[in-house]
Design a protein around this ligand. Structure first.
Ligand SMILES: [Zn+2]
Length: 109
């Protein structure tokens, strides 16, 4: 019998407000996170829904790890704990930031 409830992690492309993402981002390494807005360290992505320092509510997360197994582990964890964070690919995000910086540079010319 086929299991119709089988789920897998699939990367989805969407158009996001880069500034909004930057502001509401939680950078996660292992268990600890850093606030993308004020850079406060030592946050727990499983417990801290907002930053204790600047009160930013986290909507997105990104990890330094390039290992898909690590990313899947994080995603499984937040899914299990029912945490409403959207995982952003860090390379994608940094590229979108860089292209913005380039655009601003061109505007000045
Ligand atoms: Zn903060």
């Amino acid at each position: 019998m086929e299991d119709s409830s089988r789920t897998k992690f699939v990367r989805v492309w969407s158009q996001l407000q880069v500034d909004d993402v930057k502001k509401h981002m939680l950078y996660v390494d292992d268990l600890y996170g850093t606030c993308g807005n004020c850079k406060r360290l030592g946050l727990n992505y499983l417990k801290d829904k907002s930053c204790p320092e600047c009160k930013t509510i986290f909507k997105y997360m990104a990890t330094n790890s390039k290992n898909p197994a690590d990313v899947a582990k994080l995603l499984t964890r937040i899914e299990k704990e029912n945490i409403q964070l959207t995982m952003i690919d860090r390379d994608d995000f940094e590229r979108s930031n860089a292209s913005d910086a380039a655009k601003n540079l061109f505007k000045k010319l």
